[in-house]
Design a protein around this ligand. Sequence first.
Ligand code: 13P
Length: 252
Amino acid sequence: MTKRLALVAANWKMNGTLKTIRPLVQEVIGGLKDDCHADIAICPPSIYLQELQTLLTGSRIGLGAQNASHLEAGAYTGEISVNMLKDYNCQYVIVGHSERREFYHETDDRVAEKFIRVSAAGMIPILCIGEQLSERESGETDTVIARQLDAVINMAGIDGFKDAVIAYEPVWAIGTGKTATPQQAQEVHAFIRLQLARHDDEVADKTRILYGGSVKPSNAADLFSMADIDGGLIGGASLVAADFLNICLAAG
Ligand code: 13P
C-alpha cells in the first residue's frame, strides 16, 4: 500500500473580513511546526484569494478556492472561472460541497462538470461527497456515496482521479458538533476506495480521501489514525488558528 501524504485543508466558507483574516493567516504561518509534515491548504472566500496569495508567499501553505464555474467564460454574472482562480495560483478547488448541492442546487452532473473543468485547468479538485442524516438512517449511505462518485467517474473517467482528492463529509456532521466516529468514517472511506478500485487499483491506492464534519483538535488524531483517512477538510475549527494548527499536527 502506498503511504499517502496527509492533506489538511481549511474551508473558511463565507467567514472573515480583511481585518480578521490577516492575523489568522499570520498566526497559522507562524505556528506551523517543522514536525508537521502534512500538506496544508487554505480555501478562503474568492474575494480574498489575492490577499491570501500575498500572505502565503514564502510559506508552505497551499491556496484553494471553494467553488468554480462549470463554464469557461462569458455572460454569467457573479460566476468565477477556473482561469481566474489560476491567476491567483490556486492549487486546489473544492467542488460539490454539500452546502452548494443543497442551497445552490448543484446536481451530481454539474459537480462532475466542475471537477473536469478544474482538472483540465491543472488544479486539484477536492470532490466532496456525503449522505444526509435521513439517508444514513434509512441505510442508504453506500448508495448515495456510490451515486455521487459514479457521476464523476462516468464523466471524467477513472483517470480523472489521478490528481484528485475526495472529501467524505457526512452532511449530519457538518457544523453540528456531531462528528462521525472514526469507525463510521473509516467504513465509508474504505467503501469509497473500493469503488475506485473497481476501476483502477493504483488510483484507489493513491487517492487521498479526507474526512470533514466537526473535526476538532480533540477528535482529529483518532480520525486521522484510521487506515483510509488521509487528512481532513476543516470548517469551523479552521477559523481559530490554535485549533487549526493542532489539527494539522494531528495529521502527521
Ligand atoms: P465543520 O468543520 O464546521 O463541521 O465543516 C466541515 C465542512 O463542511 C468542511 O468543508
